[in-house]
Ligand binder design. Structure first.
Ligand code: SF4
Ligand code: SF4
Length: 262
């Protein structure tokens, strides 16, 4: 018997892209670590229109959502042009991972290495273009990437109620993008601990990928010689930007995302 083709489930898929600068591709591996959820997203919600690692499209196309990985070497003219092109051609620019958001390990670059010794200055993308949403983390969590992708879809293509909820969900990650391009344990010192806001919960220590944070007398202590300036600790701290629009809706948001991926 002849096999019948299944009907396409959703008409308006968004155009999703992954744009790679000075990153390690670990952020893209985190995208792949969404596993079945990624297949569902690509089946129903988004076409992957650009990703040099995965798709044979050579030039940056128009995108609804650009997931941008890596910082930008300002001595590399092509990269500087590409990040500007990305901004021009994308409705929503997401800085994916800590190199794109905060520079991360590339903050330590000083140049002088063969065979491009002049490649010495790397900037987070927010220093070169306006960024809409931050997903910090080294690597960023697959769950957060999945949620932002689904929420961006609902924000662009959902009904009024879904748009409003997606807007509330994305608000703190947009606020983070407005806040700046430096990430460090110092953020916790300056903006949480020194402000009398720390509750000693330990979330910062759990989120640090290099174990630069220990707890002494119930308060975090950071080893700045270990800190790779990823900004994860500040992003994870519940006293950094505790969004009261989103947290009370945790269950409805979880249900919405679970339904979307069923
Ligand atoms: S996550 Fe924030 S509130 Fe919790 S211990 Fe660290 S600095 Fe304090
Ligand atoms: S202390 Fe750890 S989590 Fe915080 S910025 Fe440094 S490396 Fe990242």
């Amino acid at each position: 018997m002849e096999a019948t083709k299944e009907a396409k489930p959703v008409a308006n898929k968004i155009k999703l892209g992954h744009v790679h600068f000075s990153g390690c591709t670990g952020c893209l591996v985190s995208v792949a670590d969404i596993y079945q959820g990624l297949l569902k997203i690509l089946d129903d919600y988004a076409d992957l229109v650009y990703a040099l690692t995965l798709v044979d499209v050579r030039h940056i196309p128009e995108m609804d959502v650009a997931l941008v990985e890596g910082s930008v070497c300002i001595q590399d003219r092509e990269s500087v042009e590409d990040i500007k092109e990305t901004r021009k051609k994308s409705r929503i620019v997401v800085a994916l991972g800590s190199c794109a958001t905060y520079g991360n390990i590339t903050r330590f670059c000083r140049g002088g290495q063969h065979n491009q010794p002049q490649h010495e200055s790397f900037l987070p993308i927010g220093d070169l273009i306006d960024v809409d949403v931050y997903i910090p983390g080294c690597p960023p969590s697959p769950e957060l990437i999945r949620n932002v992708t689904v929420m961006a879809y609902l924000f662009l293509e959902g009904n009024e109620e879904q748009k409003a909820l997606a807007g509330r969900y994305l608000k703190p990650l947009m606020a983070l993008a407005k806040r700046g391009t430096t990430g460090c344990f110092c953020d916790l010192m300056n903006d949480v601990i020194n402000q009398g806001l720390c509750i000693g919960c330990g979330t910062c220590a759990a989120s640090c990928p290099v174990r630069a944070i220990t707890h002494e007398f119930g308060k975090p202590q950071g080893d700045l010689n270990l800190c790779v300036k990823c900004g994860s600790c500040y992003g994870a701290c519940p006293r950094s930007f505790f969004n009261f629009d989103v947290i009370p809706e945790f269950e409805s948001i979880s249900e919405l995302i679970a339904d979307a991926l069923r």
